[in-house]
Design a binder for this molecule. Structure first.
Ligand SMILES: Cc1ncc(COP(=O)(O)O)c(C=O)c1O
Length: 409
């Protein structure tokens, strides 16, 4: 095998292959240009059109568009009435008022837990299954207290969680089940699409996600009342939006609750509608790339992909490998740097959230709280995965992994 690029050899690629990337075509550009020439840049007709197209795709009754995935999670926490004490407003400063608890996995982006804190609730971390890194229903059950109000399940990497098990727990204890489905748009569980699996399901349209609106997010639900509350929350807590008042010829509105400006523009919604048309094809391509990786890594014992359950269709936002560090002569950091030097834009998802300084200081979390996530994290590496990757790109990733691992084995 050739000398590694990190040691002065020729890299597999000259240009860095990113771990994720958007795919924008002429139809997308046309859709955005049309809105720019129209009267409504925001709170216009494209918002409802995007919400309806999204609902059709995921099979839920209602969708509420917001301006990023974090706003989607925050809005879901509001709809789930998370707050301090009896208040769902989350604005009390009184530390003596008992706070609603929400159970959340550590293996996720920080905003999954942050959204609980935004509303004045307390995140309670439940460990993950070591093979899938999805929240472990037994750990969820063990963390329930009289203050628990909701569970946020994270469809980590794009694999839907075990929603039947989580639904049974939620129903038994009267909890709201929320899906952080930011990784899993286009996936399904037992034939049911992601977006229709929990009481509230949240999505992100950041450029590395399955479809993009630049920044953007969505919450889906089957409950029209919750959808209406969320529409008010995304618009400052005000009963009508600018276009509704324009249509009614009225200036009157009332602010009925504390809300935010979480609106998604018509420019972005037009892009989302156009992107959604390509989603099924793109998810198939992601699955095809995953199959190529699976086959290649079956031959490399120190590289283990995550387990995929039989009852799901995995949407592969990211493709993770676990390095068997006991069998390698180097650290994960060294493998990471060697792969970057070969031109492969690897990443790591995620530092377990309960290990971040904010959570340690504010909630007293730290090492030992979620031992499975902590142990698995040490060997995790995220490989490039996006639908515009060519077969040659996929081959480059596999070649670089083989080159680096065989050198260090
Ligand atoms: C699991 C998960 N939750 C929430 C978010 C937040 O989404 P956004 O970046 O759109 O705010 C992300 C995005 O990275 C995510 O991966």
């Amino acid at each position: 095998m050739d000398k590694l690029a990190i040691d002065g050899g020729e890299p597999v690629r000259k240009n860095l292959l990113p771990y994720g990337h958007q795919w924008i075509d002429e139809a997308d550009i046309q859709a955005v240009a049309e809105v720019l020439r129209s009267d409504w840049l925001t709170t216009g007709p494209k918002v409802g059109e995007f919400e309806r197209a999204f609902v059709d795709f995921v099979g839920a009754k209602e969708a509420v568009a917001v301006n990023n995935g974090t706003a989607a999670l925050h809005t879901a926490m509001y709809a789930a009435d998370i707050g301090a004490g009896d208040s769902a407003r989350g604005i009390t400063k009184d530390e003596n008022i008992p706070r609603a608890e929400v159970i959340v996995p550590p293996m996720t982006f920080a905003s999954t837990a942050n959204c609980i804190v935004f509303q004045g609730g307390t995140p309670v971390f439940a460990d993950v299954d070591p093979e899938t890194l999805l929240i472990d229903p037994a750990q969820v059950e063990a963390k329930i207290t009289p203050r628990t109000k909701a569970i946020i399940a994270v469809d980590y990497a794009g694999q839907p969680c075990d929603y039947d098990a989580l639904r049974a727990i939620a129903d038994r204890h009267g909890l709201t089940l929320v899906a952080d489905a930011c990784h899993a748009l286009g996936g399904s569980y037992k034939g049911r699409p992601v977006g229709s699996l929990a009481d509230l399901n949240s999505f992100s349209f950041h450029p590395v996600k399955h479809i993009t609106t630049g920044e953007g997010g969505m919450i889906t639900t089957d409950d029209p009342e919750l959808a209406q509350r969320m529409r008010i929350f995304r618009n400052h807590g005000i009963t009508t939006d600018h276009r509704q008042r324009e249509q009614q010829g009225s200036w009157f509105y009332e602010m009925v609750d504390l809300g935010y400006n979480y609106r998604l523009t018509d420019i972005q919604c037009a892009l989302g509608i156009s992107q959604l048309r390509k989603l099924s094809r793109w998810v198939k391509r992601r699955q095809e790339i995953a199959r190529c990786y699976d086959q290649a890594f079956a031959e490399i014992p120190t590289v283990e992909p995550l387990e995929v359950r039989k009852d799901v269709s995995h949407a592969y936002h990211i493709y993770m490998i676990r390095l068997n560090l006991a069998q390698l002569r180097v650290t994960r950091a060294k493998v990471f740097s060697a792969l970057r030097a070969e031109g492969i834009g690897v990443n790591v998802h995620y530092i377990p959230v309960h290990l971040h300084p904010f959570y340690r200081e504010r909630f007293g979390t730290g090492p030992g709280l979620c031992p499975v996530a902590e142990a698995v994290y040490e060997g995790l590496i995220t490989l490039p995965m996006f639908p515009a990757m060519t077969d040659a790109d996929v081959d480059d990733v596999i070649l670089a992994i083989s080159k680096v691992i065989s050198t260090y084995c």
